[in-house]
Ligand binder design. Sequence first.
Ligand SMILES: [Zn+2]
Length: 86
Amino acid sequence: MKRFAVLLSRLERLRPPYGPCGICGGPDARHRMWDAMEGQSRTSDGITGTAIDLCVTKSEIRAVRAAYDEARRLHVRLPGRYPLQT
Ligand SMILES: [Zn+2]
C-alpha cells in the first residue's frame, strides 16, 4: 500500500485536485481525466497519441498508468469518485 500512496502523491504533484465531479458527484474530478489517459493510452493511440489528443504530458500518462497498475494489483480504485472507495 505504501507504493500506491507514493504513486498517488506523484499524481497530486502533477495535477491539483479539482471538483466536484460533474458526472458522479465525487469530490475529485481528476478521476475522469485519469480514466481517459489510462484507457486511451492502452489503445493503438499509445502514450504519444494520447498525450497529443488530451493535451497532457507523456510523463503524466506514465504516472497514471503506474497508479492504475498498482491499484489493480491491490484490488482498489483510484480515489476521488463517488461512492468513495478509500
Ligand atoms: Zn466522477
